[in-house]
Design a binder for this molecule. Sequence first.
Ligand code: FAD
Length: 397
Amino acid sequence: MAINVDKDKCIGCESCIAVCPTGALTMDAGKAIINQDSCVVCGACISECPVEAISKKEVTREVSNNEGSDIWVMVELEEGKPMGVSFELLSVAQELSKKANEKCCAVLIAGDAGSIPQELIAAGADKVYVVSGAEYADYNNELYTNAFCELANEYKPNAVLFGATVDGRDLAPRVAARLHTGLCADCTALDITDSKIVEWTRPALGGNILATIICDEHRPQMGSVRPKVFKGLEPDASRTGEVVNYQVKNAITPKVTIVKKENLTSGNGIKIEDAEVICCGGRGMGDLDKFKVLEELAALFENSAVAGSRAAVDESWISHVSQVGQSGKTVAPKVYFVLGVSGAIQHLAGMKDADVVIAINKDANAPIFSVAQYGIVGDANVILPKLIAKIKAYKEA
Ligand SMILES: Cc1cc2nc3c(=O)[nH]c(=O)nc-3n(C[C@H](O)[C@H](O)[C@H](O)COP(=O)(O)OP(=O)(O)OC[C@H]3O[C@@H](n4cnc5c(N)ncnc54)[C@H](O)[C@@H]3O)c2cc1C
């Protein structure tokens, strides 16, 4: 739908201009005119017009850039190496691009690309676009947005996938706004139609439904995916691909400088999304002191971390960086201990891919038991010390 102003009827009273919330209406030669790009079709102007000169009309919009092709993945680096999520995205991008008969491409913006392009090709990329230079050594949203948009305007991708990481969540919406396209955040499944329209599936309405969203009017189609939603491919060193070294033409001087960087990790320095064993507590743990006993359980395993449900985070027993679920992190550990967590759908959304789930809850009907391979019905604060003692005794033996 779009707003239409009938110039023959318009009397130039400017009532519509006063009520437009986005400033989309202006006057031209005594008549109201509308800027369709800033109009949000709220209809406030329709009821305000005293002469019924304004109405809604059906419009068929042209795809703004329908020559786009290829599926791109924005590669994110951590300590100079591609993050796991970049490999996971390459694997799904390869699947989509094969279906669409397009190329799977990686975009690498880095201080020094080194051998990373070859690594990305081994992980599934057919082509790697590289923007490198000392100014790109650390993520800077202005420089990265500028470089990425220049590349996208020049090479015109059909779709772009970003990791829903701290930096990815910052970069993707900036790029989408700059390219005048949409962005579907935190997708959990992706597919592509015969006409190369990406179907982005993500939880909606508080996680109670899965909505499949398309962006058929603008290019590139864009979305973000959290770490651990997909699995990366086994690297294949025999794969070959093209590397395009790109020089940014319109360099900018950023207004933002990075003053300090802090790692968002749990107490022992391991991110929950990287941990192989997670000990997750919920409101049922009772209080902070009881919650802290989970650290003793985690300490018994290599590469482990303590996590919490949103209720535990709300109680300030653990930081939000360690929250599992729809509004927290998606994890896929080998073992997921889950204590005093009910198993609300929003929590399950973040841990359903754990290999083995061991749940302790005093309510035998708690939904968490429906996803657990092992379940203990009882008081977590009584069972947890016994479990820790048993594991310690087992390890000593
Ligand atoms: C849009 C949206 C996003 C959300 N995102 C998330 C998210 O990312 N992550 C998340 O976790 N939640 C999320 N939620 C909240 C979610 O709906 C639940 O409210 C939340 O997961 C409940 O946390 P909980 O299970 O720890 O607490 P509760 O629901 O209060 O459950 C506590 C459980 O502990 C058990 N219990 C109590 N005492 C004991 C005891 N002594 N021993 C053993 N068991 C005991 C109870 O039987 C109960 O099952 C979201 C909600 C919405 C609407």
